[in-house]
Design a protein around this ligand. Structure first.
Ligand code: GAL
Length: 385
């Protein structure tokens, strides 16, 4: 079983599933092939090589949407309609999610969860130093709060990690400045990555970085959230796997930490879903299907998502079984407009993600806004071709 949930709070989610799997399917042996590195930074290369060399795991973690389509197009995964049907199909999984897993009527994976990427996590004790109590309405108001924090002696208002966390921050600013429809249009034929809206987002993003810590390409996400948890910083934009990190550190929702959608993205749920596959040539397809059946069951979804910070992909797991953060995410997922995440495989293919990441990493060093826009335009042209 291949994932990138190798340590820390991410491993807790996988451990919860593994324990349940052992209980429900005692005749199977669970082999944990996790490769460390948030967002699959290291895992994806290893997985690509294993698939290429005809040495697939029995199941691997992928993202619903464009990333999964990559594996389907490369003929590397099998349909699992039988598993999805047995689990209850469209009666229990949202149709718009199933659509992201389907090509020509074949469904290619079982979703374990839904994560939200456009969340600001704050430390109220740090905000208090600058008397900030209200949620900023837009990016400009948020930048003004960061200036206040600086004046109040908070050296690092915002934290970032390595490149993928920067891509994720940037995508949320794109949503804020383009609106959800403008953002979604970026991934379709005729996309205009050179528009005034994208330029505005790049300008906002540059200003946000001026309030952030210095990061190296490979810095992972726990360091960035831990700085906010520990009172060294005020804000971190992170997917809601951050909830598991707060839980691991015994922090209390509303007391030790608060959260709100990235300013300007209220009413938008920047979405990604982990989903599990049956690779072509898996050596133990029966065991893999047991695993997929567990992941997709109400019990599996509850055990996993309680530990992971995400919400169930199934719609029939009661919200009341979850703590307040997940309850709020469940309500938002139902009510909000849905935007696909760039950094986590929903909006763009692996290749396009890699081109955007290269541009963002280059920009981190140069801060050359015009070049970033040119690189983004070129990446879209190449990958939409
Ligand atoms: C995402 C993944 C999440 C979480 C995150 C940080 O790509 O979908 O479940 O693991 O990376 O590693």
């Amino acid at each position: 079983m291949f994932t990138w949930w190798a340590d820390g709070s991410e491993k807790a989610g996988l451990d919860a599933l593994q324990a349940l799997f052992k209980e429900k399917y005692p005749n199977n042996t669970f082999v944990n092939l996790a490769v460390a590195g948030g967002a699959g930074t290291n895992a994806k290369a290893k997985l690509a090589a294993d698939l290429q060399n005809g040495n697939p795991p029995d199941s691997f973690q992928g993202h619903a949407g464009a990333e999964l389509q990559d594996y389907i197009r490369a003929d590397q995964i099998e349909p699992v309609n039988d598993v999805i049907d047995t689990l209850g199909g469209a009666q229990v999984f949202p149709q718009n999610l199933l659509d992201l897993l389907t090509v020509d009527g074949s469904i290619y994976s079982v979703p374990s969860n839904i994560h939200r990427a456009n969340v600001v996590w704050t430390n109220p004790a740090v905000l208090k130093k600058a008397n900030i109590t209200a949620e900023p309405a837009d990016i400009d108001a948020w930048l003004a709060d960061m200036a206040k924090l600086k004046s109040a002696g908070v050296a690092t208002p915002l934290t970032i990690g390595g490149t993928w966390t920067q891509v994720q921050l940037f995508e949320t600013v794109l949503i804020a400045d383009l609106g959800v429809d403008g953002y979604i249009a970026l991934f379709k034929e005729g996309a205009d990555w050179g528009s005034a809206g994208v330029k505005k987002a790049v300008e906002h993003y540059t200003k946000l970085l001026s309030y952030a810590n210095t990061a190296s390409d490979g810095d992972d996400w726990p360091g960035a959230i831990d700085a906010a948890i520990g009172g060294k910083a005020a804000y971190n934009v992170m997917g809601d796997w951050a909830v598991a990190e707060f839980a691991a550190k015994n922090k209390k929702d509303g007391v030790d930490y608060q959260y709100f959608p990235v300013p300007g993205t209220k009413g938008v749920f920047d979405f990604l879903a982990d989903s599990f596959t049956l690779p072509k040539g898996a050596k133990n397809p029966g065991g893999a299907k047991d695993w997929l059946s567990l992941i997709g069951s109400p019990e599996g979804q509850k055990a996993f998502n309680l530990a992971k910070g995400s919400i169930p992909a199934r719609t029939d797991v009661p919200a009341s079984d979850f703590p307040p953060y997940q309850q709020s995410a469940m309500a938002s997922f139902k009510a909000d407009k849905i935007a696909p995440s760039i950094a986590h495989g929903a909006a763009v293919s692996l290749a396009w993600n890699s081109d955007i990441s290269t541009a963002i990493s280059k920009f981190y060093a140069s801060k050359d806004q015009a070049t970033l826009v040119t690189d983004l335009v070129a990446a879209a042209k190449k990958n939409l071709a």
